[in-house]
Design a protein around this ligand. Sequence first.
Ligand code: CA
Length: 498
Amino acid sequence: MRPSQPNLLFVMSDDHAAHAISAYTSRTAPGGPSDPERPQINHTPNLDRIAAGGMRFDACFCTNSICTPSRASVLTGTYNHVNGVTTLVTPMDNTLDTFPKQLQAAGYQTALFGKWHLGHGPEHDPTGFDRWRVLPGQGHYHNPVMLQPRPDGRGHTIVERGGYVTDLITDDALAWLDTRDPDRPFAMLVHHKAPHRSWEPSREHFTLFDDIDIPEPSTLWDDHEGRAEVVRSMRMRLMDLDPVIDLKASIPPGLSEDDEVRWRYQRYIKDYLRTIASIDDNVGRLLDRLDDEGIADDTVVVYTSDQGFFLGDHGWFDKRMMYEESVAMPLLVRYPPMIAPGSVCGEIALNVDFAPTFLELAGVDVPDEVQGTSLSPLLRGERPDDWQQSMYYRYWMHDDGIHRVPAHYGVRTRTHKLIGYYNDPLGQTGARRSDDPPEWELFDLVADPHELHNVIGDAVYRDVALELHAELQRLQSEVGDLPHPGAEAEFSRLLSIG
Ligand code: CA
């Protein structure tokens, strides 16, 4: 018997940049050369199966490029100033309404396996799931411990697991599918730890790429000329990677600095991609199961990541920034009854849009509190005239003392991006204060897709800057967030307003 509501298989990895999925990089004809601007750096045949059978979103963005906040936005459909999860140290109130709770109340069987990372302690355990087993905090790649509910329902208990984390999470997901009631729909969330730092591969992939060099990004040697001073002083350069923890090797003696950067890039990117090879294998196991059970047509399959990642782009690793490689999320969705195979969508989609999408596909009313918009018209191939043409972004976690990324907010349209670095922790517990003055950046994404030329001070772009700033104010008002007085004063000064 076919469930009247579709199943949902939601796979979300951690820090998986879209440009490390071959469906996103092989944009020339099959078998042809890869785009030199976006070189193909790996092959992900199983993730590509989702893209080939469904839709690839090319303009999906997170509203705050950091793990815990993005996860909260995905689950609740709200921005971080609303759900309260603005930083890594602001746990989610697990009494908040989420799409799994809504689906559970609508009769779905719900389960969560893998990374949760929305707070420590039993008061922050997952809620809304019939079954869950998660990693504590970041968790470990090899022989991880996991948490699951105590049989009496009071708090959690710790389970020791032998094996590799990506395999184990998938094992748990497949085992749960065996035990479910096939006559009721399910919503299963599979949250991989990989490819999060410190990029530790499985045994099967230890030597993958040993005999090749991975192509370098075109912006590897970006000198950050003309960018905000706070951006130029961030500590996300490849030279900031830890040789022991991140690169797992001593620096070879005698290298020039350029050669050391190249060596570091290869050490870093190969381990990153090795952990993704394991994700790809394991997504294949899940897709095969849907095929074997004959439920692929009844199941919405989603692959995404909580944010993007710099893969040596601009000479950086990590995320946090509103720059493209970090703010972009991969989003692949397959649902044969609704989505044309091999389709591509360039409309703006956001992490806050996921929850209302899943609810609408399940025929469940979207609560008024949800701020996102259902993507279902886009999935059907429609392009509504009033579809969102811009997005609001805010990174709250000012200068964590490690990456030194400043607090900032901004707006991205289809053609431009305006970013205000307000450099203020705004009462964040334990955050470092700085004396850095506010700064602004403006990028013309059509003329400068790699965001190398900050044109905020260019008179040619004055009208564009004013238009974008007005749009930023409109979006802040719409979502209920507040502008920063210091940053706004600096914008007025720069544009000689008032
Ligand atoms: Ca993440």
